[in-house]
Write a protein that binds this ligand. Sequence first.
Ligand code: ATP
Length: 229
Amino acid sequence: MIQFEQVSKVYSGGQKALLNVNFHLQKGEMAFLTGHSGAGKSTLLKLITVIERATAGKVSINGHDIAKVGVKHVPYLRRNIGMIFQNHHLLMDKSVFDNVALPLVIEGFSHGEIRKRVAAALDMVGLYGKERHIPIMLSGGEQQRVGIARAIVNKPPILLADEPTGNLDPKLSMDILRLFETFNDAGTTVLIATHDLGLIARMKYRTLTLRQGTMLGGEPSGAMTAGGV
Ligand SMILES: Nc1ncnc2c1ncn2[C@@H]1O[C@H](COP(=O)(O)OP(=O)(O)OP(=O)(O)O)[C@@H](O)[C@H]1O
């Protein structure tokens, strides 16, 4: 589903963020991405969402080489990916409904369909009935759930999360991870970047580890199996 083959990223200032990274995340797999601050986790996620482009190597999503995706087609590629951020990037002056509806409005769904899908997404994250609240009226954990509802409202096959539990206590963090498990059980491919080694240790999932831009225990170029590290 997501494959990196000998991928390197050097930023324009010369900062080397990733070096010859190889891995393959299978369709329907859930995995953690970990590593110290500055190891390259966010950069790796940005290459998948085409916020940044690789300097060398090949990134493929569902078998498609994303270097071949032109600027005009990037929004279509992004529809396949739900992205969750630590600080959730919510519009603080808009209602929960408007925040979650945003991807559907951009895609041009009808009002009726938007209402139905937003209600279903809020139900899934345990926020049914809070449509008219504005984010400031919600707790940190609830705000994170709004960000998750927005990421899954158009049912993307891939879910990426960058430090999704960074501001939450251990109980709320576990609740959020259980939510990711629910989406994964329904077939969504999930990749979660996190510093939280305690949380990782309590779950049974594969862990991809970056150290200074290099993937530890990474697979040789072209490997097609999931493989543990
Ligand atoms: N836009 C950019 N321009 C130049 N260098 C960058 C840019 N973004 C990241 N870097 C550098 O690339 C390296 C990897 O950064 P990245 O944000 O991917 O790490 P990270 O593992 O996500 O770190 P953290 O856990 O602190 O968020 C770092 O040395 C960082 O300074």
